[in-house]
Design a protein around this ligand. Structure first.
Ligand code: CO8
Length: 155
């Protein structure tokens, strides 16, 4: 539906695209893809059974991992928006972020076998510090919320 444009992670330069959670150059990784949609970000992911916690539910470390990579991708996208960088017209994203802090609240068990939806909203940008609020939902039910502090990398 929204995949005419490129995912934020597909705009990372090749040498920074090996992240286990979201690097397009890591064939064994999750390859999470975050899209900027207006002033929100969105990503979808359906976990494999091997990421089970209690049978029927997804292991919390994977939930955290998805929020981590959706968070840094979202932070980079929001920082570009704030600087009027049009992501439709760049081959490589000029701003990259890493996670300084990640808080995850597990609200209800995340069901296995369902397509998960991650959303991100910008809370604030202060210098190199970008705060993003996130949700991870299954079939419209919020299973976890996340709060990330991402830091813009210096070159
Ligand atoms: C580009 C491809 C990315 C792929 C996405 C992958 C997502 C990830 O998981 S990244 C891997 C996990 N993260 C890491 O390994 C990062 C490890 N940490 C670091 O490298 C550094 O601590 C780093 C870069 C975050 C910040 O260091 P540095 O650039 O020296 O900045 P520093 O001055 O210490 O901090 C910047 C600001 O953030 C604040 N800050 C830093 N860490 C925290 C924290 N944990 N909590 C609260 N505030 C913090 C500082 O107080 C400072 O604030 P202010 O500017 O107001 O004084």
């Amino acid at each position: 539906m929204h995949h005419k444009r490129k995912a934020i992670q597909d705009l990372y330069p090749d040498e920074l695209a090996h992240c286990y959670g979201c690097g397009k150059n890591n064939p064994d990784g999750h390859q999470l893809k975050t899209y900027l949609m207006g002033d929100e970000t969105i990503a979808h992911f359906t976990p494999d059974e091997k990421f089970t916690a209690i049978p029927g539910s997804v292991y919390g470390g994977l939930v955290a991992s998805l929020l981590d990579c959706h968070g840094t991708g979202s932070a980079a996208a929001f920082a570009c928006l704030a600087e009027n960088i049009d992501l439709e017209n760049v081959a490589i994203i000029p701003i990259r972020c890493v996670t300084a802090s990640l808080k995850v609240d597990f609200k209800v068990p995340t069901p296995m076998g369902k397509k998960l939806e991650l959303k991100g909203k910008l809370r604030s940008i202060e210098g190199r510090k970008i705060l993003v609020d996130m949700t991870l939902s299954a079939e419209g039910i919020v299973c976890a919320t996340g709060e990330i502090l991402a830091i813009k990398l210096k070159d």
